[in-house]
Design a protein around this ligand. Structure first.
Ligand code: TMP
Length: 208
């Protein structure tokens, strides 16, 4: 099997951090080479842009925000993702372009055709082989975010924003069910972790 590009996405508070740990354990147990990375981030440039993008004091228009996401992504692809895949290493990214369609598109109203132009320009043919979409209702998300001490620029948004973000994630998953695994993140960590393990087993053909 060629090295796989796997992404984990979902609205804030969906439980990505907990499940990334479960995914790490899954790869360790299987002894498969893997690199974990994140967006925005994953490179020095990407992490610098992340600071700016998540800082509540940052004033950025929607196009500037979207282009910063893609600038970080471009560097991430060239410096981290493609070299790892060509070295035979699987890549797991905490968020990728689905987040741009969901947040800048659904959340903030950027037309998806405009995002598609940037997607094509930056990624060429690169798309995730599998996207694990952690799905929770906005009420669950907001309750979890509410427990955090300091909220970033996106976490400060209201419930309607997260509702629109979630809708776009689910629409995209519905249109391309072969690429997405939608995971109900509102269940117990054990149940969610189990479904993720089963999905990875299935994807890697290890469940027989
Ligand atoms: P997180 O890594 O804690 O999920 O924070 C990243 C934040 O950035 C999250 O609120 C989603 C947001 N984001 C976008 O708005 N667009 C994007 O393309 C990406 C990758 C993230």
């Amino acid at each position: 099997m060629k090295p796989q590009f796997i992404t984990l996405d979902g609205i804030d508070g969906a439980g990505k951090s907990t499940n990334l740990a479960a995914i790490k354990v899954w790869f360790e147990r299987r002894g498969l080479p893997v690199l974990f990375t994140r967006e925005p981030g994953g490179t020095a440039l990407g992490e610098a842009l992340r600071e700016i993008l998540l800082n509540p004091a940052t004033k950025a228009g929607l196009r500037a925000e979207t282009m910063m996401m893609f600038a970080a992504r471009m560097q991430h692809i060239e410096e981290v993702i493609l070299p790892a895949l060509s070295d035979g290493i699987h890549v797991v990214s905490d968020r990728f372009t689905d987040a741009t369609f969901a947040y800048q598109g659904g959340g903030r109203g950027m037309p998806s055709e405009d995002i598609e132009i940037l997607e094509h320009w930056v990624q060429g043919g690169l798309k995730p082989d599998l996207t694990l979409l952690l799905d929770v209702p906005p009420e669950v998300s907001m309750a979890r975010i509410g427990q955090m001490r300091e909220k970033d620029r996106f976490e400060q948004e209201e419930a309607g924003f997260f509702k629109r973000v979630r809708q776009v994630y689910l629409q995209r998953a519905g249109r391309q069910p072969e690429r997405y695994a939608v995971i109900d993140g509102s269940r117990s960590p054990e149940a969610v972790g189990h479904q993720i393990e089963m999905t990875l087993d299935g994807h890697f053909g290890l469940n027989v």
